[in-house]
Design a binder for this molecule. Structure first.
Ligand code: SF4
Ligand code: SF4
Ligand code: SF4
Length: 324
């Protein structure tokens, strides 16, 4: 039986997604029996030329993690699309823009100013900024162009399969490895390797029979949450009701709220807006209508609305970036 030909790459990524693949344990040792890895520069000694030398359409599956922030990442995503029959967006950054996508709250100039001059840990009295390197014999480095916004993979090239998670859980990765054959053949059973039902269905916490309201919202460090009841009912913003299941309720099991890394439910168009609306409806005392001072008091507890409601999805949201 011929092996599935795959290539892998990272874009604007923390590296965690590549590590997650290596972290599947013994299964990684069986991989060479079923797949042939033709390009994976972060793990093996491949060069860009190796990617360019592959004939167009000759690769079964291209797996890309990370968002698209630079012109180089955009170009590599387009090359992958040309070389591969099927493209897999791996991890929340590739699927929705992810944590790097939070940079869309700022212009490129503001980001560079912050990174090189304003960050409290910086010592940069001479005002040094990154510069192209040249002049040494046989060596030059061209800086990749910093694009004005972070985009998810599907905002750059068509995607055939989505593997959400920051990073995807072990069971999701095993599902991907098991489905590689059908993905390569273009007849995968699922386009998104996650549940179509909300994480709340997988959550081990007891839910009260009647909808409960939270009198006050807390940030996770402000309260020691009880380990038996729904976090939302305890006043901690948990996005499990708006998030696809499939991770095994990883955060809930360690008493932390879900932040939505498996992506929003199929029927939702703007996850953050829907979550905000839902949180507003369960917040407050038991009166039917909250009075404006109380509304302001509740909103005051949400210190970083974009970070809380769009931590993995800002580039995919309807309002997705600050215009410079
Ligand atoms: S999805 Fe999470 S683990 Fe993967 S590259 Fe993005 S930030 Fe890192
Ligand atoms: S909102 Fe969070 S804590 Fe509550 S049931 Fe859903 S996943 Fe569990
Ligand atoms: S609980 Fe939510 S944020 Fe945590 S891993 Fe699961 S989907 Fe991601």
């Amino acid at each position: 039986m011929s092996r599935i030909r795959i290539i892998l790459n990272w874009g604007a990524s923390c590296g965690g997604c590549d590590v997650s693949i290596l972290d599947v344990g013994r299964a990684i040792l069986d991989l060479p029996e079923s797949v042939e890895i033709l390009y994976w520069p972060v793990a093996l000694d491949f060069k860009r030329q190796d990617l360019e030398n592959l004939p167009d359409g000759s690769v079964d599956v291209g797996i890309i993690n990370g968002a698209v922030r630079t012109a180089e990442q955009e170009e590599e995503a387009r090359i992958f699309r040309t070389k591969c029959k099927q493209i897999v967006a791996y991890g929340s950054c590739a699927c929705f823009g992810g944590i790097p996508g939070l940079a869309n709250q700022f212009t490129s100039e503001e980001l560079l100013q912050r990174a090189y001059f304003e960050a409290p840990s910086n010592v940069n009295e001479e005002g040094t900024m990154p510069q192209p390197v040249s002049g040494q014999e046989g060596f030059s480095l061209t800086l990749p162009e910093f694009l004005p916004e972070v985009r998810s993979l599907e905002q750059v090239v068509p995607v055939d399969c989505y593997v959400p998670g920051c990073p995807p859980s072990n069971s999701t990765i095993m599902e991907l490895l098991g489905a590689l054959g059908s993905i390569a053949a273009g007849n995968a059973a699922k386009k998104v390797l996650a549940s179509d039902k909300a994480l709340c269905y997988d959550c081990p916490r007891g839910k009260t029979k009647e909808a409960k309201k939270a009198a006050t919202l807390y940030r996770p460090h402000e309260i020691i949450a009880g380990s038996e009841h729904c976090l939302l009912e305890q006043g901690i913003v948990c996005l499990g009701f708006a998030t696809r299941g499939g991770c095994g309720a990883r955060c809930i099991n360690v008493n932390m709220p879900c932040r939505g890394c498996y992506g929003w439910l199929p029927a939702m168009s703007d996850p953050g807006a829907e979550a905000m609306s839902a949180i507003a409806s369960i917040t407050g005392e038991w009166e039917d209508y909250l009075q404006p001072p109380k509304i302001m008091e509740v909103l005051e507890a949400v210190k970083d609305a974009v970070g809380i409601f769009y931590p993995f999805s800002l580039p995919s949201a309807i309002i997705n970036r600050k215009r410079g």
